[in-house]
Write a protein that binds this ligand. Structure first.
Ligand SMILES: Cc1cc2nc3c(=O)[nH]c(=O)nc-3n(C[C@H](O)[C@H](O)[C@H](O)COP(=O)(O)OP(=O)(O)OC[C@H]3O[C@@H](n4cnc5c(N)ncnc54)[C@H](O)[C@@H]3O)c2cc1C
Length: 412
C-alpha cells in the first residue's frame, strides 16, 4: 500500500539552499517536507565539503531572519577589505568596507559550519519534516496539488514542489526544463591554511592565467591559529599535479601565489577539488514546481556569489508565498510562480553572465586583454562612484531586493 503524507510545500534537496527555504517557509506557518538522500552526519562531516563561502551582507540578513545566524556568528569572519590583483603586476584595486558604511562586505564561513547552523535551526523548527536517506525520483502535477514520489514508493503531496537538488537536478529534468551548460575546463583546488600573521579581515583575489586564486579570511582556530580558506583555480589538465604535490611543495606554491602579507603558510587537512561549470535553466518554474539555488543557476565561483544568489531565491520565493498564504491563495497557482520567475530571472542571468565574462577576461595571457583589464582596474581604483557601486554589489545590496534582505527586517 502506498503511504501518502500531506504538506503545504515539498522540497527536494536539503543542502545549503533547500534547508534555508524550509526554515523560511516554516517561519510563515507553512507545513514543509524536506527530502535528501544524505544523512545529516554525512553532510556535517569534515571530509564532505571543504569549501568556504563568502556570505554577503544581504545573505546574512536572510540567515538572521530564518533563525540561523545566531549559530554562525561566532564562527564567521568579517571581510573588511578586498584586494584585487592582475597576476603579479604591481598595483591593485583595494576595496575597503568602511568606505561605504559601518558593516563589513560580508563574512567567510566554512560550508560545514553553515550546514551546522542550518541543522541547529532545523532541530528547533516545528513545521518541518525531514526525510533523509531518501531521494525524490519524480513527481506528478495535478490541477490542485502536486505529488512527489520517493524511491521507496512513499509519496508526499503539497501545493508546490520546490527543487533544491543542485546543479545536476533530476527534478529539473523530470519537469522537462531546458538548461545551458558550459564547462570551463577549470578545476577549483580548495583547502584551508594556517598562517603566521593575522589577516585583519583581508580577502585577496589574484587573477592568474589558469583562473582566479582567492584567499578568504577565516576565524582563528580554537587554539588561536590564524586561518584562511583557499580557492585556487587551475586548468583541468594541471589540477591533479598540484593536488598531488608533497606538502612542502604545495605550501611553497601557495605562498608564491599569496604573497608576503600572511607570512609562513601551511595547508591544514584535506585538499578538495571541484570541476567548474556554468549551468542556467531557461525556465525557473513549471506547473506547481519551482527551482531554487544551483538547480536553477550554477555559476563560476570567481565572485563568490553562487549561494548568495540561492539565498536571494529563498527570500523572494518566501515573500511571494507568504503573501499568497495570508490571502488564503493557492501556493502553486500560476501567478505567484510567474512572479517568482520574473523576479529572479534578471538577477541570476546577469550574475551568471558577468561571472562568465570576468572569468574569460581574466583567465588568459592575451596581451590585448591584459592591457584592457589592467586599464579597467586602474579606472575602477580612480573612480569612487564606480568603486562604491561594485562594493555595494559585493555586499548583495543592489537590485530589487526581497524584504528579508533589506535592513528594516530586525534580526530574530
Ligand atoms: C569551489 C567553489 C567555491 C564556492 N564559493 C562560494 C562562495 O564563496 N560564495 C557563494 O555564495 N557561493 C560559492 N560557491 C557556490 C555554492 O557552493 C553553491 O551555490 C551552493 O552549494 C549551492 O547550494 P544548493 O543547496 O543549491 O545545492 P547543493 O549544495 O548541490 O545541494 C543539493 C542537495 O540536493 C540533494 N539531492 C540531490 N538529488 C536529490 C533528489 N533527487 N532528491 C532529493 N534531494 C536530492 C543533494 O544530496 C544535496 O544535499 C562555490 C562553489 C564552488 C564549486
Amino acid at each position: 500500500m502506498t503511504v501518502t503524507h500531506k504538506y503545504d510545500v515539498v522540497i527536494a534537496g536539503g543542502g545549503l539552499v533547500g534547508n534555508a527555504v524550509a526554515l523560511a517557509l516554516a517561519g510563515e506557518n507553512l507545513r514543509v517536507a524536506v527530502v535528501d538522500p544524505l544523512a545529516a552526519t554525512t553532510q556535517l562531516d569534515a571530509a564532505f565539503d571543504g569549501r568556504t563561502s563568502a556570505i554577503s551582507l544581504g545573505s546574512v540578513r536572510v540567515l538572521r531572519a530564518i533563525g540561523v545566524w545566531q549559530f554562525l556568528a561566532a564562527e564567521a569572519s568579517p571581510i573588511h577589505d578586498i584586494r584585487v590583483c592582475d597576476g603579479y603586476a604591481p598595483g591593485y584595486v583595494h576595496y575597503a568596507a568602511k568606505e561605504v558604511g559601518e558593516e563589513p562586505f560580508g563574512y567567510i564561513l566554512e560550508n560545514r559550519m553553515l550546514r551546522h547552523g542550518l541543522y541547529e535551526a532545523l532541530a528547533r523548527a516545528t513545521n518541518i519534516t525531514r526525510y533523509s536517506l531518501r531521494s525524490v525520483t519524480g513527481y506528478v502535477a495535478e490541477p490542485d496539488s502536486v505529488t512527489a514520489t520517493l524511491e521507496n514508493g512513499e509519496t508526499l503531496t503539497g501545493q508546490l514542489l520546490v527543487a533544491a537538488d543542485g546543479r545536476l537536478s533530476r527534478l529539473r529534468d523530470a519537469a522537462g526544463m531546458d538548461y545551458r551548460v558550459i564547462s570551463y575546463d577549470q578545476t577549483a583546488i580548495v583547502c584551508a591554511v594556517t598562517h603566521a600573521n593575522p589577516h585583519h579581515g583581508l580577502a585577496l583575489e589574484r587573477f592568474l592565467p589558469p583562473g582566479p586564486f582567492a584567499v578568504l579570511p577565516l576565524a582563528d582556530s580554537a587554539d588561536g591559529q590564524h586561518r584562511s580558506g583557499i580557492v585556487w583555480t587551475e586548468h583541468d589538465r594541471d589540477a591533479p599535479i598540484f593536488l598531488a604535490l608533497p606538502e612542502e611543495e604545495f605550501n611553497a606554491e601557495l605562498m608564491r601565489r599569496m604573497g608576503a602579507y600572511w607570512g609562513e603558510t601551511r595547508v591544514i587537512g584535506k585538499r578538495f577539488s571541484y570541476p567548474l561549470t556554468l549551468m542556467h535553466a531557461t525556465r525557473f518554474t513549471a506547473p506547481r514546481f519551482a527551482l531554487v539555488g544551483d538547480a536553477a543557476h550554477g555559476i563560476h565561483p570567481i565572485a563568490g556569489q553562487g549561494v548568495n544568489l540561492g539565498y536571494r531565491d529563498v527570500a523572494a520565493l518566501t515573500e511571494i508565498l507568504a503573501g499568497q498564504h495570508r490571502q488564503g491563495g493557492d501556493l502553486g497557482a500560476p501567478e505567484p510562480l510567474a512572479h517568482y520567475e520574473r523576479w529572479r530571472k534578471f538577477d541570476s542571468v546577469s550574475m551568471t553572465a558577468s561571472t562568465d565574462l570576468l572569468n574569460r577576461l581574466f583567465s588568459n595571457r592575451s596581451p590585448g586583454l591584459t592591457f584592457l583589464r589592467r586599464s579597467g582596474l586602474k579606472m575602477v581604483e580612480q573612480m569612487p562612484p564606480l568603486k562604491h557601486f561594485f562594493m555595494r554589489h559585493a555586499m548583495g545590496l543592489i537590485g530589487d531586493l526581497p524584504k528579508m534582505m533589506r535592513s528594516e527586517v530586525l534580526p530574530k
